[in-house]
Write a protein that binds this ligand. Sequence first.
Ligand code: CA
Length: 646
Amino acid sequence: MKVRNNIFFVAVATAGICQAAEIGSPSGRLFVATDVTENGTPVYSVTLDGKTVIDKAPLGLVLDFANLSEGLKEKGLSIEKVRRSYTQDKIKKSRIDVDATVATVEYEGDGGKKLAVEWHVADDGVAFRYHVPRQSGKGSMVVIKELSSFAFPAGTTTFLTSQSDPMIGWKRTKPSYEEYYVVDAPMDSKSEYGRGYTFPALFKTPDNIWALVTETGVDGYYCGSHLSDYADGRYSIAFPMPEENNGNGSVEPGVALPGYTPWRLMAIGDNLYPIVETTLPWDLVEPKYATSRKARPAKGTWSWILWQDGSINYDDQVKYIDFAAEMGYDNVLIDNWWDTNIGEKRMEELIRYAHGKGVNPILWYSSSGHWNDIEQGPINRMDRPIERKKWMKWMRDNGVDAIKVDFFGGDKQETMRLYEDILSDASDYGIDVVFHGCTLPRGWERMYPNFVGSEAVLASENMIFDQKFCDKEALHATLHPFIRNSAAIMEYGGTFLNKRMNKGNDGGNIRRTTDAFQLAVAVLFQNPVQNFALAPNNLTDAPAVAVDFMRNVPTTWDDTRYIDGYPGKYAIVARRHGDTWYVAGVSNLDKTVKLELNLPMFEKGDRLRIINDDKNGEPIMSEIIVKNPSKVAVTLNPSSGFVVCD
Ligand code: CA
C-alpha cells in the first residue's frame, strides 16, 4: 500500500509547460491528479493507495460562446483543508462531519477564456464541479456539452440501470428511473435502450476498488444528467434526450454567470463501507431555504398499493384511516382519483375524520401538465403556480401537510425547475413533498427542507403489476443499499405481509420472499416517510410478531453502517435510531448460508432480539445473547432475511 506523507503537493511548472496538480484526501490514500493534454484538454485521474480508479479522463465545457474544453492551460491552483459538521434528520445519518481537501484548479486559454474546476477530495470519495466566470462580455451561458467523464481501468465490472427511451411506458411518462439493473456486467455491454445509464452507477475495478458515481446539487438551474454508453474507454456525462417532456424545454442547460455546474461525485473504497455509508451527496450542498416547521417523518398506510384505483372512495379510505390508527401510524396516503371519486367537499369531511383518528392524510397529485397523457386526477394543479397555490392554500386550510406528486416529464432543466417550484411553494404552505414517477433526488434532502422522498426506483407497485418483479424482488433488495438508496432517500412503498398481491390475499401475483425479508426491507430501504404496503387483513392474517415489528420500526436514523454483503447476492446493513440498533439482512443467494457478523455496536452479554424464519419459513422471534460481538452467528435463507435489534 502506497500512502504518501504529504497531504497534497503540487508539481511545479515551468513557463510554457502544462502544470499538473495532485490533491490528496485527508488520510493521503485517495489522490486526484489533474493535467492538460497536448491540445489543451483538461484531464484528471484518481488513485486509491496508488491503484487506478479513474485513468486520465477529459474534463471541460463546450458553451454557446466559448469552447472551454481545449486550448487551455492550468494557470492557478488553490488548496485548503475543510472541516465542518451538519445535522440531517432525513438521511442515513443525523450528524455528519465533513473532512476534506478542497481545491480549485484554474484554466486559461487564448483570448483570455477561463474555466475553473473545484475539487472535493475526502476519504470516502471525490467530487468536482465547474465554475465559469463572466467573460467575453457574457452574463449567461448555454452548456452545449459537458466533457466530464469516467475512465475505469480495463476489466472493471458494472452494476447499472439503463436510461429509458423517452415518451414510452404508461401514458408516455418515461423516463422515470424505473428500469432493471444488470449486475456484474462488462463495461462494453450495451445499455438496454442505447440511451446510457441513470445515476447512481456502481463500478468495481480489477483491483477490487468500488466506485459509486452520481451527481448532487442539481436544482432549477441545470438539468439532471446521466451516463452515456461506454465509448472510447469511458463513460461521459450525457444530457437529457430532446423528446423528454414531450419535446418541451431545451436539452442544454442555461446558467447565469458567474455560475456553477452541479457536482459529479464518486464514493470510492477498497471495500463496500463507503459505498453504503457515504454522505457525499449531502456534504456538498446547503439548505436553499428555511421552513416554518421541520419536515414530519412518518409511517403510513395506502390503500392503492393492494386495493388499487377502485379503493379511492370514501368508505375504503375510512377503512385505511382506521387501519393506520390501529397500527399507531401517522399517515394515510390517499392516492389518485380522489378529486373525482370523492370530491373536494367530501374530502374535507374525510380529512376531518382522519384527524379525529390522529391520522394525517397525504394527498396525491399528478404533476402534469402538458407533457404526457395522464388522466388520473387531480391534474393541472401542480404544474402551474396560480392553481398550485390555490390548492396548497386549500390543503393548509384543511390541515393537510403532505403531498405526493407523480408523473414528471424527465430530466430537463425545465422539469428540475418544476420540482423546485413545487417544493418552494409547498414550504410556504407548510407542506412536505414526496415525488413519484420522477427523477433521482440529487442532494435534495438537504437542499429542500420539506422534501421527504422520491420513488425513482422500480418500486413495490410492480409486484402487483407483474409476477416477474415478484421473482426479482430479492435481487433488487440486495442492490438498493449499495446503489439507489445510498445516493438518495427512496420512497419504495414496500413491506407486504400479504402472500398474494391482491385485495383478498387470495389471488394475483405470488410473493416469493418471506415475512422476515419484508420486515428487513422496512429497515434496509431508507426514507423518512414510509408508506408501507400493509393491508387491514394483516391484522388478523399476518403473524403477530411481524405486525408488532411494523408498529414499532422507526423511519429516521442516526447512523448507518455496512455490515456484510455483495450487490446482487445479499445485503446486511445496521441502522441506529436513538440508542437502538437495527441490523437488517436480505438474501438473493440460492442456498442457506451461516454468517458470523462483526457487530461492534454490541457488547459481550447484550441480549438481542432476532426475527428470522422458523422451519416453515414463518417469522419467529428469538433471543441472542452476545458472546463475541465480532462473531454473531446468523442464518440467512434464500429469498429471506432477518432483523436483529437490541
Ligand atoms: Ca411509479
